[in-house]
Design a binder for this molecule. Structure first.
Ligand SMILES: N[C@@H](CCC(=O)N[C@@H](CS)C(=O)NCC(=O)O)C(=O)O
Length: 209
């Protein structure tokens, strides 16, 4: 059985939803980030980077959200969570997921963990001050994708990019991050994904509904 280490509402929510959409045989194990459980030796033995998500498979642990999402999609082809038979389309999906991981997530990281990017009060304040501008640049680009009326990130078919984007759209609700009403298509997409049975089940399981 797969084991997902997650924290409620964290980026691991995307992997949790993907497992549910896939109908996977899995167990979800909460890691209390506020209590620092990610830094305890037991968890570092699973993921030496001390971050969630981590997905423990029969061959060992996988980390990094885009990798875990791709793995879930490829190992559950019947769920059609990715264009598994089309290498270009699969690469295009991964490019989007990596954009979320390395640009959108990192922009939020400057707000949530500014001490990782600057020293001293003034430096930290400067790092945080830039966040809404960086997020706006990224979300404006994402909003453009939906200009053709597509329901999902990659067109008519749901993929693992959809719950991943939903997570970062939800984080816009946190104070000082931005205003989702500036991106009406992103907001509609978020509501569409939140309304799916698998998402609702996982939000409830994480205590977020
Ligand atoms: N590149 C990793 C980032 C994972 C990550 O930063 N996870 C956060 C939660 S969203 C975390 O575990 N933070 C704990 C910490 O920073 O100590 C991924 O995409 O999965």
């Amino acid at each position: 059985m797969l084991k997902l280490f997650y924290s409620p509402g964290a980026c691991s929510l995307a992997s949790h939803v993907a497992l549910e959409e896939a109908g996977a045989d899995y167990e979800a194990l909460a890691v209390d980030l506020k209590a620092g459980e990610q830094n305890r030796p037991e968890y570092r033995a699973v993921n030496p980077k001390g971050r969630v998500p981590a997905l423990v498979t029969e061959r060992g642990a996988l980390t990094e959200s885009p990798v875990i999402l791709g793995y879930i999609a490829q190992t559950h082809p019947e769920a059609k969570l990715a264009p598994n038979d089309d290498s270009f389309a699969f690469g295009d999906m991964q490019a989007f997921n990596l954009f979320l991981a390395t640009n959108v997530h990192v922009a939020y990281g400057h707000a949530f963990r500014p001490e990782r990017y600057a020293k001293g009060e003034a430096g930290i304040a400067a790092v945080k001050a830039k966040v809404p501008e960086a997020l706006d640049e990224h979300f404006a680009q994402i909003e453009e994708r939906f200009a053709d009326g597509r329901p999902f990130v990659h067109g008519d078919a749901y993929t693992v990019s959809d719950p991943y984007l939903m997570v970062f759209a939800r984080w816009l609700d946190r104070p000082g991050m931005g205003d989702i009403s500036r991106y009406p298509k992103l907001r509609a997409h978020r509501e569409r994904i939140e309304a799916r049975d698998a998402t609702r089940k996982v939000l409830a399981a994480e205590g977020l509904s």
